[in-house]
Design a protein around this ligand. Structure first.
Ligand code: ARG
Length: 562
C-alpha cells in the first residue's frame, strides 16, 4: 500500500470527523528525515478544538494506532511518523519488481481521450531547432499522460496552407526545375521562396502572382493541387526522417489544408450567433470583454485566416475524438493567440472551451544567439542530431573501446542527450544549446542518467541473478534507505509531471535517482557476499527499472551497456 495512505488511515482512526482526502492533503514530508518520513501538523485544528496545537498533538498521538510504524512521536505542533524501514523498503522493491511499468501509475486519465498537437512544422521549409522543442515536449507530455492512462491522439498539424504556398508555386513556375527539387527538395523549395520574397519589392507583380496561385489552389485548380501534393509529400518524407531518429510517431498529419475544407462550420455558427462584426471591411470577433485584441476571421478580400482554420480544427477534433483535453504544444510567443482561440470558442457557446490548453515553452538559443527562420539563422535539426551522435561515438570509443554495438549505442546516447537537454528545465524557460555541454557523461545530462542505469545493469550481470521472488528484502541496511525513500516518491512525481504537463519534473527525478544510486554504489559494496547481497541486487534491479521507465517517458532509450 501507498505509505502516505497508511499514515492517513492511522490518523483517520484518531480523527473520525476528517475525511481521508482532507488528511492526505495535510500530511507533509519533512525535508530532514530526522523528523520522520511523514508529518501531520495540528495548527489548523486549534480553532475548532480551542486548544494549543501542541496539546492537540499530544492527545492525538495517544489515539493513533502505531502498528506498522517504527515510531510515532510528538514534536511541538507536529506528529511525526517514522516508517518501519525494513518492511517499507521491502514493499517498495517488491512493488517495482512485480510490475515495473505499473509502478508509479495513478490512473488519472481513466482511459479518456486527449488530443495533442505538436511539432506541426510548416511544409516546404526545413524543420529547425525551434521545432525540436515542440516535438520533444509534446512527445514527452504524451508519454507521461499515457503512463497515467490517458489515451493520446498525436497530431502533426502541418502548416500546409496559406498565401505563402501561392508564392512558392509562382516562384516554382518562374524558376523551378523538377530535377533540382528532387535532388534536394526542402532546401530547393526554400531557395525559391526566399528568392520571390526578396525580389517582391522590386517586382510587385510577384505578390499578385502569388495571390493568383493561392486562389487557384482554393478553387481546386489541377496544376495548383498537383504542386501542393508534391511539395507536401516531399516535406513529410523529410520530416519523417527526423521523427524516426527521435522515435516520434503521429496518428495524423491533418494540417491547415485539411481544416481549410471545414471552415463553413465555425463561420456559419459565428454568423448565427451574431458574433461577426464588420471592421474596415474585415470580419472580426469582439473580445473586449476578455481584454484581448479582436481576431480577424474573414479578411476584407474574403479569404479566411489562420485562426478560422484553427476554429474548424477545434470543432472537428471535439466531434471526432470527444476529448477530455486538447493540448497545443507551441512557443510562448503565441500565448495571446491561444487566449483568443479559447475566448472565441467560449463566445460560440462551447462549454468545452477550457479543455484546450496551450503548453507553452521558451525559445531555444544556439550558443547564446537567437535562432530565426526568416533571417536564415536556421539550424537543421538533423545535422544537430548527427553531430551529437558523432560526439557520443567519440566518447564511447574513449571510455569503452570494446563495446559491441557501439554505433547503435552512440545513436541512443547522442539523440537522448539532445532530448534530455531540451526537457530538463521548466519548459517556459529559454534553453541555450551548446553541443559540448549536452553530450557529457558528467553533470546534469542525459548520458549521465543513461550511464547510471548501464552501471546498474553491469552490476546485475556480474551478480548473475534476475529473479528475486524468493529473496528476503527486509534485510537491507540503513544505507539503502535514502534510495528507497526516493523510489517511494515516484508516483507523486509522475502525477506532478502529468498535472503540470512538465517533463522537467521527470528529468530532475531521473537525475536525482542517478545521483543517489551513484552515492549508494560508492559507499556500499553491493556485490560483497553476505546475507544482504541478494537484497542489494534486488534494489539495484528496482533502480534500473525506474531509471529506464523515467527515460522512456522522456522518449530516451536506456542502453544496457555504454
Ligand atoms: N505551424 C505552426 C508553427 O510552426 C504551429 C501550429 C500549432 N498548431 C495549431 N493548431 N495552431 O508555428
Amino acid at each position: 500500500m501507498d505509505q502516505k495512505q497508511r499514515v492517513a488511515e492511522a490518523i483517520a482512526k484518531a480523527l473520525p470527523d476528517m475525511s481521508i482526502e482532507d488528511i492526505l492533503n495535510k500530511i507533509e514530508r519533512p525535508k530532514d528525515t530526522k523528523n520522520g518520513d511523514y508529518a501531520f501538523p495540528t495548527f489548523f485544528l486549534a480553532k475548532t478544538l480551542h486548544k494549543a496545537p501542541q496539546m492537540i498533538a499530544t492527545e492525538l498521538v495517544e489515539k493513533i494506532d502505531q502498528a506498522g510504524f517504527e515510531k510515532v512521536v510528538v514534536a511541538g505542533p507536529y506528529i511525526n511518523f517514522y516508517q518501519d524501514k525494513a518492511q517499507v523498503g521491502a514493499d517498495i522493491i517488491k512493488a517495482i519488481l512485480t510490475d515495473p511499468e505499473g509502478y508509479g501509475k495513478r490512473d488519472l486519465g481513466k482511459g479518456s481521450n486527449v488530443t495533442i498537437d505538436y511539432s506541426s512544422p510548416n511544409i516546404a521549409k526545413p524543420m529547425g531547432m525551434g521545432h525540436l522543442r515542440s516535438t520533444m515536449i509534446g512527445e514527452a507530455v504524451a508519454r507521461i499522460l499515457e503512463k497515467e492512462n490517458y489515451n493520446l491522439i498525436r497530431i502533426d498539424y502541418l502548416g500546409d496552407w496559406g498565401t505563402q504556398f501561392g508564392k512558392l508555386m509562382a516562384a516554382y513556375q518562374m524558376w523551378g526545375s523538377e530535377e533540382e527539387v528532387k535532388k534536394d527538395p526542402i532546401e530547393t523549395l526554400l531557395k525559391y521562396y526566399v528568392r520571390i520574397n526578396n525580389e517582391a519589392d522590386e517586382h510587385p507583380e510577384y505578390t499578385d502572382l502569388g495571390r493568383e496561385w493561392f486562389a487557384k489552389l482554393e478553387h481546386g485548380d489541377k496544376e495548383a493541387w498537383r504542386l501542393w501534393h508534391w511539395f507536401r509529400e516531399i516535406s513529410i518524407e523529410r520530416f519523417q526522417k527526423v521523427y524516426d531518429m527521435l522515435d516520434v510517431h503521429f496518428d495524423s498529419f491533418n494540417g491547415e489544408a485539411f481544416s481549410a475544407q471545414k471552415m463553413d462550420d465555425p463561420i456559419d455558427l459565428l454568423k448565427d450567433k451574431g458574433l461577426l462584426k464588420l471592421s474596415r471591411g474585415a470580419q472580426i470577433v469582439d473580445l473586449d470583454a476578455y481584454n484581448l485584441t479582436p481576431p480577424l476571421i474573414i479578411k476584407s478580400n474574403g479569404t479566411t485566416t489562420y485562426i478560422t482554420r484553427d476554429l474548424a480544427t477545434a470543432l472537428y477534433r471535439k466531434r471526432m475524438f470527444g476529448h477530455s483535453k486538447s493540448l497545443y504544444v507551441v512557443g510562448a510567443e503565441q500565448e495571446n493567440y491561444y487566449k483568443q482561440l479559447k475566448a472565441v470558442l467560449k463566445e460560440m457557446g462551447f462549454t468545452w472551451w477550457d479543455q484546450l490548453e496551450h503548453i507553452s515553452f521558451g525559445l531555444m538559443n544556439l550558443n547564446g544567439k537567437k535562432m530565426s527562420t526568416r533571417k536564415g539563422n536556421v539550424v537543421n535539426l538533423e545535422d544537430v542530431l548527427n553531430d551529437s551522435i558523432s560526439l557520443a561515438r567519440k566518447q564511447i570509443a574513449e571510455k569503452n573501446p570494446d563495446l559491441k554495438n557501439a554505433d547503435e549505442v552512440a545513436k541512443q546516447v547522442g539523440v537522448g542527450a539532445v532530448i534530455f537537454h531540451d526537457l530538463k528545465n521548466d519548459r517556459r524557460n529559454a534553453v541555450n544549446f551548446k553541443l559540448e555541454d549536452v553530450v557529457k557523461f558528467e553533470g546534469e545530462t542525459g548520458p549521465y542518467v543513461q550511464y547510471a542505469r548501464a552501471r546498474a545493469e553491469s552490476i546485475l550481470r556480474k551478480g548473475g541473478i534476475r529473479d528475486f521472488s524468493d529473496v528476503d528484502l527486509t534485510v537491507l541496511g540503513d544505507d539503502a534507505w535514502e534510495l528507497l525513500r526516493f523510489l517511494s516518491q515516484y508516483a507523486d512525481t509522475v502525477e506532478r509531471a502529468a498535472v503540470n504537463y512538465d517533463p522537467s519534473v521527470i528529468a530532475k527525478y531521473a537525475l536525482e535517482l542517478s545521483k543517489k544510486f551513484n552515492q549508494y554504489y560508492a559507499h556500499t559494496r553491493i556485490l560483497e557476499e553476505n546475507a544482504e547481497q541478494l537484497a542489494r541486487l534486488a534494489l539495484v534491479q528496482a533502480v534500473s527499472h525506474i531509471l529506464k521507465d523515467a527515460l522512456a517517458m522522456l522518449d530516451i532509450k536506456a542502453p544496457d551497456e555504454m
